[in-house]
Design a protein around this ligand. Structure first.
Ligand SMILES: *[C@@H]1O[C@H](CO)[C@@H](O)[C@H](O)[C@H]1NC(C)=O
Ligand SMILES: *[C@@H]1O[C@H](CO)[C@@H](O)[C@H](O)[C@H]1NC(C)=O
Length: 157
């Protein structure tokens, strides 16, 4: 009896997950995004920007509907934020960086960057990207340390 129940539960799970994949387009109008309780239809992403410079730097992260404002971060401190990956996989965050008289501006999260440099997507798992800001430029990887193993330098100041 018990095994029959498990079989039935498995059938329900298998059915609902396969219908989810088949109906990705149909569900695109439904927003399950809620970064407060981390309930996402797809992956929940957290992006970290660590300052590796022995000076405070200012970081200003924005997206089409989100503005994190200017944040000044000290050496080894970080700016981070989380969001649900959109059904269209078109989430985009960009940032301005200021370090004394220098500045930089580029995308800090998009689908292409996360595919290439961040943790590998697993269905409904928490994923992460780590930027390390150094005097010689900006590095992206899938972990905080060790540096520079697994990191790729993508921009100069
Ligand atoms: C997100 O979840 C929190 C906590 O469960 C709830 O209070 C809030 O209303 C939700 N926001 C949206 C946009 O659904
Ligand atoms: C953010 O800080 C930079 C550098 O200090 C400054 O140039 C810029 O105007 C600030 N932006 C806002 C919105 O305060």
């Amino acid at each position: 009896m018990k095994s029959l129940f498990f079989l039935f539960s498995y059938f329900l799970i298998a059915t609902s997950s396969s219908s989810l994949t088949n109906n990705q387009i149909a569900t695109s109008s439904i927003s399950l995004s809620n970064t407060t309780d981390k309930t996402c239809l797809f992956s929940y992403w957290t992006v970290y920007i660590y300052n590796g410079i022995n000076d405070p730097i200012t970081v200003h992260v924005q997206s089409g509907d989100d503005d994190l404002g200017n944040r000044t971060i000290a050496l080894n401190d970080n700016e981070n934020w989380g969001f649900c990956e959109g059904v269209t996989f078109k989430t985009l965050y960009y940032a301005h960086f200021y370090w004394n008289s220098k500045s930089a501006f580029f995308d800090v999260y998009n689908d292409d960057l996360s595919d290439k440099y961040c943790t590998k997507r697993k269905y409904r798992q928490q994923e992460r990207c780590f930027w390390i800001v150094r005097e010689d430029g900006f590095y992206l990887g899938s972990h905080r340390s060790p540096f520079p193993e697994g990191f790729t330098k993508l921009h100069d100041w």
